[in-house]
Design a protein around this ligand. Sequence first.
Ligand SMILES: N[C@@H](CCC(=O)N[C@@H](CS)C(=O)NCC(=O)O)C(=O)O
Length: 218
Amino acid sequence: MALTLHGYWRSSATYRVRIALNLKQLAYQYEPVHLVKDGGKQHQAAYRRLNPSALVPTLVDDQRGVQLNQSLSIIEYLEECYPDTLSLLPTDPYQRAQVRTMAMDIACDIQPLANLRVMQYLKNEAAVNPAAQQAWPLHWMHIGFQTFEQRLQQSAGTYCNGDTLSLADVCLVPQVYNALRFGLPLTDFPLLHGIAHRCNSLAAFIAAKPENQSDAEL
Ligand SMILES: N[C@@H](CCC(=O)N[C@@H](CS)C(=O)NCC(=O)O)C(=O)O
């Protein structure tokens, strides 16, 4: 198989790439990288050769002989290399920028703040108390979702950007999964919650769900 995705079932960045691959109907092999076992396989030399940041995901494309990191770059690579598949970016430059803005709201301004290594640092190095550790991800997700919900008031239809699926939906769904996992109430965010719900009824999103992965631990 030409495409191999190295990732972790509960990693939201990996989840984004799984959704994109499924929406584009691109077959791929999945190689689990356990983020917790033995101190985290992402830190081992074998994986760091694929991704020096010791983060998942990594996409390896054997056909072109390349390996790629950063979920958004990976998805843009798929957009460009497989132009005959479902496109996740609108053609209009303004719409395109708006979709990327929403994707980055999540991938740059929300998800990194509650990443495993950040949570580990708060606990082990900064010795932040347990209540503050628990409050931290909820605080940043709440602020980020407020921004996102406001953007949706201008742009939403069935999905984040009107009635067409886009990179914004691909990023939103895993973040909503994380929010529910951490226990963030979504009552203040009816638009984003509704969109995630609609996306989650689609086959590509269902197949990408963490619990449907070969490395899921339920
Ligand atoms: N900006 C990166 C983020 C990657 C990332 O944060 N991955 C997380 C899982 S979602 C990870 O590997 N965490 C491992 C760790 O923190 O040690 C992307 O979009 O690919």
